[in-house]
Design a protein around this ligand. Structure first.
Ligand code: GRF
Length: 206
């Protein structure tokens, strides 16, 4: 059997996307292994999820580092020492520096709770509700040096209802996030992602 794709998952909070990745791995629909979960927040519930499933985890507090580059260097060291092939940002609330980006070129994915390029940055769901759009959704993309600007891998639309609040919309978007993130990782595992400039082409199944 071919080697499983080795993931390093970076979190800061609840970790429901981490959970969906774990669940898909456990039921066999995602052929990958999580080598390490890293949280910059010691109170992240995602750490409890990792623990429950016997996945190694580390807390790396960004406040213990002199600057962003030093923090990222330590992330790189941990990810490389775990032989990570693909870095998964799952609610990781830190902006990456070139230290991490250069160490994993086109090998860092993020999920964003809006249809990029609309509503980047934080509170994508609130931005959508406040703007009054009728459709929002979620986006899995590769990470580049911008904020939520990298090549888009999968998007899924979610209808915005008249009486939606940030919370109700976020909950419906999250359900779709939990579907498309494991799918995007599986596409990577299958070698079906081709990047051309800022465009991603999904190659047909063999
Ligand atoms: C998700 O909405 C994701 O799109 C955003 O942060 C949230 C993380 O949620 N980047 P969780 O920690 O995976 O539950």
């Amino acid at each position: 059997m071919a080697d499983l794709l080795k993931l390093g998952v970076l979190i800061s909070g609840n970790g429901s996307n981490l959970q969906s990745i774990i669940d898909n791995i456990e039921k066999g629909s995602l052929k990958a292994i999580i080598k390490i979960v890293i949280s910059n927040n010691p109170d992240a519930y995602g750490l409890t999820r990792a623990k429950k499933h016997g996945i190694p985890f580390i807390v790396l507090k960004h406040t213990n580092f002199k600057n962003k580059e030093d923090f990222d260097s330590e992330l790189v060291r941990i990810l490389k020492s775990n032989n990570v092939d693909l870095v998964i940002l799952a609610g990781f609330m830190r902006i990456l520096t070139s230290v991490l980006l250069k160490a994993f070129p086109h090998k860092i994915m993020n999920i964003h709770p809006a249809l990029l390029p609309s509503f980047p940055g934080i509170h994508g769901q609130k931005q959508a509700v406040d703007y009054g759009v009728k459709i929002s959704g979620c986006t899995v993309h590769f990470v580049d040096e911008g904020i939520d600007t990298g090549p888009i891998i999968i998007q899924r639309a979610v209808q915005v209802l008249d009486d939606d609040t940030e919370e109700t919309l976020a909950a419906r978007i999250l359900k779709e996030e939990h579907r498309i993130y494991p799918q995007a990782i599986q596409l990577f595992t299958d070698g079906r992602i081709e990047i051309n400039g800022r465009k991603v082409r999904i190659k047909a199944e063999k």
